[in-house]
Design a protein around this ligand. Structure first.
Ligand SMILES: Cc1cc2nc3c(=O)[nH]c(=O)nc-3n(C[C@H](O)[C@H](O)[C@H](O)COP(=O)(O)OP(=O)(O)OC[C@H]3O[C@@H](n4cnc5c(N)ncnc54)[C@H](O)[C@@H]3O)c2cc1C
Length: 443
């Protein structure tokens, strides 16, 4: 692949306009600067900028436009694997723009572009409040929210993007604007779920939800019982109220030192759930006599721990489908592809229960992932992902969620026809020259 980094004189010119740092291919620290959270991704931008202030962001956008380059906003690089190319593109990393303000009276949070979920969940939890955060502590709030955001409270409160109340962003013409439901409602709607296609978001404001009582955690069984447990869980999901959001997964736990001993190196089938209120809905699952039962009452901040996501960057390769349903035949095919006897190298193959307040025409979200330790492992994982996706093909709902799409997807799988037309109209209006390179473009 042809790689054209920015000449060092241009890197100097950009650097002179910013408080923050700028790296070009000739600079010491280049490899560190261009590294994504997903270590399996080899990002090759023209340059990397680390703005510190909002005016730094304006400076990067103006420079790119003047020089005929593009801008790819990035918080952490959790979603970097879907980016097709960074050729002729400045990677704009918001890592140096952390900062969170919680207003407990108004039950809102304001975050800067680079905030991670753990920056919000802890401080909000101290007031008994919860944001609609994802399962991982170090996913970026902005990237997650622009892509929808499926949280542990999703069936009760919907996608995270629908709880956003105001967004500040730098547009393609270098203006720093604030948008909400009153000022430019079309742009505001497009940003909430349409991804990073419309500008560089510098701040987000969103609702926090009071949590009076919360029980959450996981139960695990040996993976030989995968088919039975998946089927029992699916039946259980048909009985639960919107106060419960849950998932069921096959988990091949890596034998790593930072994994707790009861889980290390085990092959398990696991049910994880968050239960709002005092409901004792776990009876049918407990009747299946789990080997491990880690459900407990907890403050909202505890939710970020229950999925046991990696503590730091890893090389991951994943794939995703939305499923219209998961009948016994789908479960049997899934377990045959990823369970005992399958030789699957996939670390996790999970079904998340949708419905409730989630406006999506699918019953379950499937996400499967493997860790890419070598080129050989990559081939094995690629094959295993294909087998899992093929196994459930008859139940494919025909759509996908941005956040779980780790591979490029045609835009008409991510959005229905009406929404896609609306998004494209906004894109043409605010960024007609396609300055912003999102991981999920609209065309
Ligand atoms: C371990 C793990 C756990 C996860 N758990 C969940 C989960 O529970 N629920 C869920 O919904 N998703 C989950 N995800 C998916 C995650 O939400 C997406 O990968 C999301 O894109 C990550 O956002 P980020 O900012 O961290 O990543 P990035 O790769 O930095 O950003 C992704 C995209 O968002 C856009 N973007 C980011 N920042 C800006 C900005 N300031 N302005 C404009 N555009 C911007 C860009 O288009 C960028 O390409 C998980 C991912 C991982 C790896």
């Amino acid at each position: 692949m042809l790689f054209t980094g920015l000449p060092s004189t241009d890197v100097e010119a950009l650097r002179a306009r910013l408080y923050g740092e700028v790296y070009g291919p000739d600079d010491e620290g280049w490899d560190e600067a261009r590294r994504a959270w997903n270590l399996a991704v080899d990002q090759r931008p023209a340059a990397v900028a680390f703005p510190v202030t909002d005016s730094d962001v304006v400076a990067v956008v103006n420079f790119a436009r003047e020089e005929g380059l593009r801008v790819a906003p990035q918080g952490t690089g959790h979603g970097a694997s879907a980016i097709r190319s960074l050729e002729g593109t400045i990677l704009l990393s918001t890592k140096r723009m952390r900062g969170v303000r919680i207003d407990p009276g108004a039950r809102t949070a304001r975050v800067r572009a680079g905030a991670l979920w753990a920056d919000v969940t802890g401080p909000a939890s101290a007031y008994g409040l919860a944001p609609l955060a994802g399962s991982s502590h170090d996913v970026g709030v902005v990237g997650y929210t622009l892509g929808g955001g499926l949280s542990w409270l999703a069936r009760k409160y919907g996608f995270a993007c629908d709880s956003v109340t105001a967004i500040e962003l730098v547009t393609a013409d270098g203006e720093h604007i604030r948008t909400n439901a009153e000022t430019d409602p079309e742009l505001f709607r497009a940003l909430r779920g349409g991804g990073g296609n419309f500008g560089v978001v510098t701040a987000l404001e969103f609702t926090l939800y009071p949590v009076e009582s919360l029980t959450a955690g996981a139960m695990a069984w040996p993976w030989e019982r995968a088919e039975e447990i998946f089927n029992a869980w699916r039946e259980w999901t048909r009985t639960v109220p919107d106060d419960i959001t849950s998932l069921c997964r096959i988990l091949q736990v890596p034998a790593l030192p930072d994994v707790p001993p009861p889980l290390r190196g085990r092959k398990l089938v696991v049910v994880e759930a968050a239960i709002l209120g005092d409901l004792d809905m776990l009876g049918p699952l407990r009747a299946l006599e789990p080997e491990l039962d880690m459900f407990a009452a907890m403050p909202p901040a505890g939710l970020i721990e229950i999925h046991n996501d990696p503590k730091g960057p890893v090389p991951g390769m994943g794939d995703h489908r939305l499923l219209a349903d998961a009948p016994a035949e789908a479960i049997a095919a899934l377990v045959a592809a990823a369970g005992p006897g399958s030789d699957s190298p996939l670390v996790s193959v999970e079904l998340r229960h949708l419905g409730g307040a989630l406006p999506v025409d699918a019953a379950f979200s499937l996400f499967a992932i493997g860790m890419v330790a070598s080129a050989e492992a990559a081939m094995a994982i690629d094959g295993a992902l294909a087998r899992v996706m093929d196994a459930v093909a008859p139940y494919d709902a025909g759509r996908a969620l941005l956040n779980f799409s780790e591979r490029p997807q045609p835009a008409d799988r991510l959005f229905d026809g009406y929404t896609l037309n609306q998004l494209r109209a906004v894109k043409d209006r605010v960024d007609g020259d396609d300055l912003f390179a999102a991981n999920h473009p609209l065309r």
